[in-house]
Design a protein. Structure first.
Length: 218
C-alpha cells in the first residue's frame, strides 16, 4: 500500500537517522518608526513552528530509505508529515513517559483569552514544566502544538490542572474534551521548497542530507 499523508511519525520522523534537528517558533512581525521616534510593530501572520533536519553519516545500505523519504516530501504542500522535537520527547520530569503511561489526557477548560488552558486525565500529582510540549487536534483536520510557559503545573489528586499559559496562542476551534498528546507532541509540517541539500557522498558513506521544514495549518 502506498504511504498516506501526512506521513505518520512511524513512517517518517521516528525512523529517520537524524543527527541534528532545530525546532523553534519565530515571530511574524514587521517593525517601523514614526516621526516621534516611537517603535511600531504589527503581527503579519501566524507563528508557526519550523526548523532544519539533517541526517547523520550513513552507509550505502542505510541511506536508501531515509533519502527516498526526504525526496518524497519535497513534492509540495500535499506531501506533509508529522514531526516532533526530539530533544523534548516527553515532559521534563517524566523523561521516559513511564509515569504518564497510557493516561487519556484531555483539555479540561480554555481560559478567558487565547493563552491559557487546563488539562484533565493526568496521574494524580503529575507535574508539567515550562518548556514541555503538548499537542491536540482542533477545527477540521488541524493539529496544534504548544509549549508550556508556566514554570510548574501540578495536577490535583483528581488529575486536573489549573489554567496555565502556553505559546503560541490557542487558535479558534480548540474545545474542551479534545484529546491531548504529551508524549511526542507533534505538528503537521511540509518541506520548504528549494531547501533540500543532497548528501555529501564518499566511497562507502554519505552524510549531511538536510532540509528546512515549516508547520502547516492546512
Amino acid at each position: 500500500m502506498p504511504l498516506t499523508y501526512p506521513l505518520a511519525l512511524a513512517d517518517f520522523a521516528d525512523i529517520l537517522p537524524i543527527s541534528s534537528l532545530s525546532f523553534h517558533l519565530p515571530e511574524q512581525v514587521v517593525m517601523s518608526r514614526n516621526g516621534k521616534g516611537e517603535v511600531l510593530t504589527a503581527d503579519v501572520g501566524e507563528r508557526l513552528w519550523q526548523g532544519r533536519m539533517t541526517l547523520g553519516r550513513l552507509t550505502r545500505a542505510e541511506a536508501g530509505r531515509p533519502e527516498v523519504l526526504i525526496e518524497l516530501v519535497r513534492g509540495g504542500a500535499q506531501h506533509s508529515f508529522l514531526i516532533y522535537d526530539r530533544h523534548r520527547t516527553n515532559p521534563r520530569l517524566d523523561p521516559q513517559g513511564a509515569i504518564l503511561g497510557a493516561s487519556a489526557v484531555t483539555i479540561l477548560a480554555l481560559g478567558g483569552d487565547a493563552r491559557e488552558l487546563s488539562l484533565a486525565g493526568l496521574p494524580a500529582g503529575y507535574v508539567l514544566s515550562a518548556g514541555d510540549h503538548l499537542s491536540f487536534a482542533y477545527g477540521s483536520g488541524l493539529q496544534a502544538l504548544h509549549r508550556i510557559v508556566t514554570t510548574t503545573v501540578t495536577a490535583s489528586g483528581a488529575g486536573q490542572t489549573p489554567l496555565f499559559e502556553v505559546i503560541p496562542a490557542i487558535r479558534p476551534g480548540a474545545v474542551a474534551g479534545a484529546s491531548v498528546q504529551l508524549k511526542k507532541a507533534y505538528c503537521k509540517a511540509v518541506a520548504m521548497p528549494g531547501s533540500i541539500e543532497e548528501a555529501v557522498r564518499f566511497s562507502t558513506l554519505s552524510e549531511g542530507m538536510s532540509f528546512d521544514w515549516v508547520q502547516t495549518l492546512r
